[in-house]
Design a protein around this ligand. Structure first.
Ligand SMILES: Cc1cc2nc3c(=O)[nH]c(=O)nc-3n(C[C@H](O)[C@H](O)[C@H](O)COP(=O)(O)O)c2cc1C
Length: 178
């Protein structure tokens, strides 16, 4: 195999786990929604999720103040809205209205579910020790919702530079992993 050097700035496109998700937050009755692909599972149960949310984003301050959010998992059908929410700031744009998304009340947190997403994870911030250094929040999922009608969701995965992969084919292999 002939290899060539990959610029370090492109490494993230190889390892980003996806799926791209929408993180919702709310303060004083005003909801916001942000696109995120830098997240990782950290524990099975209770589910813990680590997320990098830049301090340049409006969401960062909201999450720090309220310690609550919802991780919403979209499929390719609303990809344009997903990218839109990742290129506009809630500091000056009402993104739910602009991108035709519908907020629905959650049961355990003040942030809303996104109706158009097939899965919604209500989360509380449980560890902020790496927020100052890495903008890394550890979230615990306290309630999870799924649309049983969606059988094989075509999630979107960010490859970098505006390129995305759409999940499709599935296979089952023998594995000890849960
Ligand atoms: C595909 C995609 C993935 C993104 N992933 C992240 C991420 O993991 N962390 C982050 O801080 N910003 C990420 N962003 C950028 C934010 O979504 C963007 O800065 C957004 O405008 C922030 O919104 P807010 O200011 O309303 O919080 C991503 C954007 C796109 C388009």
């Amino acid at each position: 195999m002939t290899r060539r050097a990959l610029p370090l700035s492109r490494v993230y496109g190889l390892l980003e786990p996806g799926p791209v998700v929408l993180v919702t937050t709310a303060r004083r009755g005003r909801p916001n929604v942000m696109t995120m692909s830098w997240h990782t599972m950290m524990e099975f149960e209770p589910p813990l999720v680590g997320c990098v949310i830049s301090n340049r984003n409006y969401t960062h301050g909201l999450l720090k103040a309220t310690r609550e959010c919802v991780i919403n998992v979209p499929s390719v059908e609303i990809a344009e809205a997903v990218v839109g929410c990742g290129n506009a700031s809630g500091a000056n744009v009402e993104k739910f209205r602009k991108f035709h998304l519908t907020p629905r009340p959650a049961t355990r947190v003040g942030a809303p579910l996104v109706e158009e997403c097939f899965a919604n994870l209500e989360c509380r911030v449980v560890d902020t020790r790496m927020v100052t250094k890495y903008c890394f929040f550890v979230l615990e999922v306290v309630k999870a919702w799924i649309d049983p009608a969606v059988k094989n969701p075509r999630t979107i995965h960010h490859l970098g530079n505006g390129h995305f992969m759409v999940a499709g084919e599935r296979t089952k292999l023998k594995s000890r992993a849960k």
